[in-house]
Design a protein. Structure first.
Length: 219
């Protein structure tokens, strides 16, 4: 059962997405500006079902979402984007940097994702003006540094198509020459695709790319 700890009058810490939504669903229903940042495909979903699902924004709400680029390799990405994009005022951007998983409602309330223990994640709900303003400033910096989804899609279409095969070859420890031959690429092109995939996953090494891919369920 979710638990709650109140640290002061402006910060509430809860455990579990269902408890977050129980406490904030009414704010989502009336919010006119919603901004959120997510490292994982599963974060901040309004098209999901159940008590942990984010309520769908009002039709006149402005919604901005920043996703870490690794999330785009999830097999369900295209279907999810179709569900999100039907909303008339959604803007989506992509970054290769790790982001602080956050959601901000009308610049008045901020929800910060914390650590996960025993499979349950903690969340801090902030209402103190200066704290929310600070979180908003961090989001705006991430937003400015990110890339529009359509631009990113156009630039990364080929690497997304090759990603499962490249990750499989990397996980098997196949040498670049053999991997390139298996994919019908030159060694130079293969290595460039590996580098692009590492950047998209926010990885600094091939090993880290494999770890990140496993975290995302890609391999």
């Amino acid at each position: 059962m979710p638990t709650m700890t109140r640290t002061d009058e402006s910060v509430t810490v809860v455990r579990g997405e269902a408890e977050v939504m129980r406490r904030t669903a009414h704010l989502f229903a009336t919010a006119r500006e919603i901004t959120c940042a997510a490292n994982e495909f599963a974060s901040w979903r309004w098209e999901a079902d159940g008590p942990a699902a984010m309520p769908e924004p009002a039709r006149d709400a402005r919604v901005r979402k920043v996703f870490r680029s690794g999330a785009l390799f999830d097999p369900g990405w295209a279907q999810r984007m179709a569900a999100i994009r039907h909303h008339p005022a959604v803007s989506i951007r992509v970054t290769s940097d790790e982001v602080n998983e956050t959601i901000i409602l009308d610049r008045r309330v901020a929800i910060l994702a914390g650590d996960r223990r025993a499979g349950v994640r903690s969340y801090s709900i902030l209402t103190q003006r200066d704290a929310v303003q600070g979180v908003t400033s961090l989001f705006e910096a991430a937003w400015r540094a990110s890339t529009d989804l359509d631009v990113h899609d156009a630039a990364s279409a080929e690497i997304r198509e090759l990603a499962p095969q490249v990750l499989d070859l990397l996980s098997q420890g196949v040498k670049d020459e053999s991997a390139a031959r298996a994919l019908g690429l030159s060694v130079r092109t293969y290595r460039r695709r590996v580098a692009e995939l590492m950047e998209a996953l926010g990885a600094e090494s091939r090993f880290q790319a494999g770890v990140r891919a496993r975290e995302l369920g890609l391999v």
